[in-house]
Ligand binder design. Structure first.
Ligand code: GLU
Length: 284
């Protein structure tokens, strides 16, 4: 990465098409878009469809059509993780070569049982021929990142020995995100606070692979009436392109009365928010 591109803001919106677009995804899309534009940056859409069993093309279409309806259009060709397995496998090889992952045959229940202890697979010098998963070999390390102007830090340990590569050939979300953010030169990540802890793990992976550190912004997730995060898994209500949804999303982002900025188009209204509020302007 050359110096110029390092200084230039590059952000992204990276939905997983496991369901239709809902209010929570609109909030994240808008937050990342507004932050990119208020900081004169680029905004790129990446479809995180690596889990082919849970992702469907009808959801991809709904997400992209809805984003188009709000004029949230990617500055570059949309990237699909399902087409990038080779890049992820290259990084997996690098992690293997560095001894940062180990083959593991534990199922979820076994892993739970060994939670805070070393997994017996670590001691197995001759792992069986069955297809094995690969786990992150992490001991106690500190991990930190910048969340806008705040430095966040924690200690990672045995609990974070997550699966990086599953025995059915699937690469983990955490590895794929690190690889793509680095290769796409993403230097600002705006996403839901539900991924806050993942960021520490991703920082660890980035450091091991020599990837640069983005600046993060975690935004509060939208909750349903039962206090649960709106998610595609919880069958959150799909949204359409309407001023009512735009207003609800912007209110969630802290604009008390967004409608005072509204024009007769959704795109014009979002533009006014970008130009007349300082919601996501970065001082750095
Ligand atoms: N694909 C993830 C999701 O839809 C978001 C990943 C990210 O922003 O890092 O929840």
């Amino acid at each position: 990465m050359n110096k110029k591109s390092q200084l230039f803001y590059r952000g992204r919106f990276a939905p997983s098409p496991t369901g239709k677009m809902h209010l929570g995804s609109l909030v994240t899309a808008l937050a990342s878009f507004i932050e990119a534009r208020q900081n004169h940056g680029q905004w790129i859409i990446r479809i995180e469809d690596i889990d082919t069993e849970r992702c469907h093309s009808i959801f991809v279409s709904h997400i992209i059509d809805t984003l188009n309806g709000y004029c949230l259009i990617s500055d570059e060709d949309i990237l699909y993780q399902s087409q990038r397995l080779d890049y992820y496998l290259e990084s997996l090889t690098e992690l293997k070569n560095k001894g940062l992952v180990y083959p593991c045959s534990c199922n979820r229940a076994q892993r739970q049982a060994f939670k805070s202890q070393d997994c017996p697979c670590l001691k197995d010098k001759n792992p069986s021929n069955q297809r094995l998963s690969w786990r992150l070999h992490i001991d106690t390390v500190s991990s930190q990142f910048r969340d806008v102007n705040q430095l966040c830090s924690t200690h990672l340990g045995i609990e974070e020995r997550i699966i990086i590569y599953r025995n059915d050939g699937k690469v983990s979300y955490d590895l794929a995100v690190c690889v793509d953010d680095a290769l796409q030169q993403i230097n600002h990540v705006v996403r839901g606070a539900d991924l806050f802890h993942h960021t520490f793990v991703q920082r660890f992976i980035q450091e091991q692979l020599g990837y640069p550190e983005p600046i993060y912004r975690h935004i509060p997730v939208v909750l349903d009436e039962r206090g649960q995060k709106l998610s595609k898994q919880n069958l959150a209500k799909p949204i359409d392109c309407s001023f009512a949804c735009l207003s609800a999303a912007l209110q969630h982002l802290g604009i008390a009365d967004p409608t005072i900025h509204f024009t007769n188009t959704l795109a014009g209204s979002i533009n006014n928010i970008i130009n007349h509020t300082h919601l996501f302007q970065l001082n750095a």
